[in-house]
Design a protein around this ligand. Structure first.
Ligand code: SF4
Length: 275
């Protein structure tokens, strides 16, 4: 039967947040638990992060064209009622962008997001910006894949709305800041059509890259570029595991050591490892 996925009691889930999908790259079990209704209360760190986000989001004056685009984009935001067992936003006052997931031409569910923190219109397209704050001097490498996928999903959700307004996505950028607002590092992820991605990887092969060099370069290219088709196939892969939690992939062990609270207590992978 066509469905996005089901929770632990067999109830059908219709909505999933982009940030929950991205959490999969940190820990599949944590993402699955969040997707099926487990939420952890906000910590002091997340509250500080939110305050910095909000301050930055309103700090830059928009150009006339950007103001116009912003109002077009906002007109596509909707209120969603998540319903039982869903991870969709519980507060119906929350406005989100939503993009459907289809299988065999039928909509099986939707991915929702509040959108990116900021955007700029440049000559050759729109740049989407996401800010991340941390209290560490360096960015923990194992958190980067989550952030990278998160902005890729944001771009995937926003793309049809931007297209309607006559814009294409040039790139997404993730800007890491310390909690005092100091800049740490920026990651750029370029929008690349599938054919160009294939041409690039084909050229690497032809240039005689060694297998190791080729694989390393490919991983780098995958992180630094995205195609909307690849985002969709990654989402589908995650949903397949959510539909069959026995297939959830365990994270690196150190993540379980530092995992606390409700996610660890209810973790299906912890239970399986004790059996
Ligand atoms: S205990 Fe480990 S596997 Fe379970 S949610 Fe935490 S990090 Fe993930």
């Amino acid at each position: 039967m066509l469905k996005l996925f089901r929770d632990r009691d067999g109830c059908e889930i219709k909505l999933i947040r982009a940030s929950t999908l991205a959490l999969y790259w940190y820990c599949a079990s944590k993402a699955y638990q969040q997707a099926t209704g487990t939420e952890s209360p906000p910590t002091e760190a997340t509250k500080i992060g939110t305050r910095i986000h909000n301050a930055i989001s309103v700090a830059r004056p928009l150009t006339n064209a950007e103001r116009e685009l912003e109002s077009v984009l906002k007109s596509y935001m909707i209120k969603v009622d998540a319903g039982k067992g869903s991870t969709g936003l519980s507060d119906t006052e929350n406005m989100v962008y939503m993009r459907p997931i289809t299988r065999n031409g039928k909509i099986v569910g939707n991915v929702v997001s509040h959108g990116v923190d900021d955007f700029r219109i440049q000559e050759d397209g729109v740049v989407l910006t996401e800010y991340k704050t941390t209290n560490t001097k360096q960015i923990d490498y194992y958190k980067i894949s989550t952030a990278l996928f998160q902005v890729k999903v944001y771009a995937w959700i926003l793309e049809p709305f931007l297209k309607t307004a006559g814009y294409n996505i040039k790139k997404c950028e993730i800007i890491y800041l310390k909690r005092n607002g100091e800049f740490i590092q920026q990651f750029d992820i370029y929008n690349l059509p599938v054919n160009q991605f294939n041409i690039l990887t084909g050229c690497m092969r032809q240039a005689g890259f060694s297998e190791e060099h080729y694989n390393n370069s490919l991983a780098l290219l995958r992180n630094n570029t995205f195609t909307l088709e690849n985002v969709e196939s990654d989402i589908e892969r995650i949903l397949q595991q959510f539909n069959d939690p026995s297939k959830l992939i365990a994270p690196a062990k150190f993540k379980c050591y530092i995992c606390k609270g409700v996610f660890k207590e209810q973790c299906p992978l912890q239970r399986n490892s004790k059996n």
